[in-house]
Design a protein around this ligand. Structure first.
Ligand SMILES: [Zn+2]
Length: 298
């Protein structure tokens, strides 16, 4: 998961705004939530033979074609409701946040696995002391959409456990183990809760993230082996390891798949990569190159 502040560069899709009447009626309870028009999220049009999705495409671009939760590349994401629109798993008497159905800041791009029932589904747990909002903001008969935005005071006062990439600096909430597992590290337990809600330690993610770590380890180990076998000089080895570290740094770019994992590989290099080397001499040698790299980079 990575923080994102791109939304201000995108205007609210017309598909959402042109449904204002339907939205207001649903929010006021004049129409049942079954009238929420799913075509709004799936809406598409064709231009010069190419199909465009009115809501999905800008979300996708905003999040660099990645799932906003697990960071896998996803070119056809689902349009996920951060606050579920029809029901809330943890609160049986809640009718769902039906009034947020077409709220732009409540929509995020997600892969199918993070979004569906094995993952997030209708879950939206709150932290202790959070005040659940049950009703749409209707003021003197008027639906106030300003109070639907994800960062309004009353919605923040709910204290959601699920992190929102545009509200929290989500990088501060997670770390990784060298088997690829993601782990929450904040005192409030929001990282752990987000992992559990979206099932972010499912088998295929674990395996793919472990592969990322193992690949860096293997690549660097190969370079060090060349030196110990006399196939490369010390200077060459340093240059090659440095290039690898440069490449690792490039992989931390927010546009890259699993970029938070790559960031932790670089910042917590000793724990995730270096300490996995079996050869003690390699460890000392690599530590020297890594320390020099940090000095040059900063
Ligand atoms: Zn995902």
């Amino acid at each position: 998961m990575r923080s994102n502040n791109n939304r201000s560069n995108y205007s609210t899709p017309k598909k959402l705004t042109e449904n204002k009447d339907n939205w207001e009626k649903i929010a006021k309870g004049e129409l049942p939530k079954s009238e929420i028009n799913e075509n709004v999220y799936k809406g598409k049009y064709t231009r010069q033979g190419k199909t465009y999705y009115s809501v999905r495409d800008p979300l996708s671009k905003m999040y660099y074609n990645k799932c906003c939760y697990c960071e896998t590349i996803e070119h056809a994401p689902e349009v996920e409701h951060y606050r579920p629109k029809k029901e809330v798993t943890e609160e049986k008497t809640h009718n769902g946040y039906f009034w947020l159905c077409y709220e732009w800041t409540n929509l995020l791009p997600s892969c199918r696995y993070c979004n569906t029932s094995g993952g997030k589904g209708m879950k939206f747990p709150l932290a202790e002391g959070g005040v659940r909002v049950f009703d749409a903001p209707i003021e003197e008969g008027v639906f106030n959409t300003d109070r639907c935005k994800v960062d309004t005071e009353e919605l923040l006062a709910e204290k959601p456990l699920l992190l929102h990439p545009e509200v929290e600096k989500v990088e501060d909430y997670f770390t990784f183990e060298n088997n690829g597992a993601i782990k929450g590290i904040d005192g409030e337990g929001r990282g752990e809760a987000t992992i559990s809600i979206c099932n972010m330690n499912r088998d295929n993610l674990l395996e793919r993230r472990q592969n990322v770590i193992d690949k860096w380890l293997e690549d660097i180990e190969d370079i060090l082996l060349d030196y110990s076998e006399g196939e490369a000089t010390l200077a060459e080895v340093k240059r090659r390891v440095n290039r690898k570290l440069q490449r690792l740094k490039g992989s931390c770019d927010v546009k890259e798949e699993f970029s938070l994992l790559q960031m932790v590989c670089l910042s917590d290099f000793e724990r995730l990569i270096l300490n996995q080397l079996e050869n003690e001499t390699f460890k000392v040698f690599l530590k020297g190159i890594y320390d020099d790299f940090l000095v040059t980079e900063n």
